[in-house]
Design a protein around this ligand. Structure first.
Ligand code: IMP
Ligand code: MG
Length: 168
């Protein structure tokens, strides 16, 4: 395993993103919608650094493809409880790869009449993108490798690593 982003790299970058979010949502506050399970650690660190009023909720999605990437067929395994009509929403993901997952989620949330939806992802594997996604906040550009740690898994392992590593 090769460390790509250390604990300090992640901590520093998360603090920078939190400052941008504070500035951008100062007037409106924000509804953070985290995508389980991969984003759980990033969300918990990020929201503790946000000072504007924040509501936190989660979705979990299932996709029928291989474990490593999503296909076109995605569904809610767990939906949010909060009403997002008229609210400013920030979707927080661990990694955007092909973009199928995020495209599905934004499309579903849009039907509920939010004032705005922005996307924050810890990692952007832009080289593999199939669906164009407008990302407002990116932690790091990820290489075209399978990455684990800091919430991201391979077969449900490695989520607890405090850093992000590439699997060899
Ligand atoms: P997409 O729909 O192809 O953009 O895939 C997004 C989802 O695939 C992410 O939320 C992850 O769950 C998973 N995924 C994609 N690449 C990786 C990786 O390198 N490590 C761990 N999970 C990944
Ligand atoms: Mg995920």
């Amino acid at each position: 395993m090769e460390v790509l982003f250390s604990e300090k790299d992640i901590r520093d970058r998360t603090a920078e993103i939190a400052r941008e979010i504070d500035r951008d949502f100062a007037r409106s506050g924000v509804v953070v919608i985290g995508v389980l399970k991969g984003a759980f650690i990033f969300i918990s660190d990020l929201v503790r650094l946000i000072t504007v009023p924040v509501t936190v909720d989660f979705v979990q999605l299932s996709s029928y493809g291989t474990g490593k990437s999503s296909s076109g067929s995605i569904a809610f395994k767990k939906d949010i409880d909060v009403d997002i009509a008229g609210r400013n929403v920030l979707v927080v993901e661990d990694i955007i790869d092909t973009g199928f997952t995020m495209e599905f989620l934004i499309g579903e949330l849009q039907k509920r009449g939010p004032a705005d939806i922005k996307v924050c992802t810890l990692l952007d594997k832009a080289s593999r993108r199939i669906k164009n996604i407008d990302i407002a906040y990116t932690g790091f550009q990820a290489p075209d490798k399978f990455v684990v740690g800091y919430g991201l898994d391979h077969d449900e392992k490695y989520r607890n690593l405090p850093y992000i590593a590439g699997l060899k």
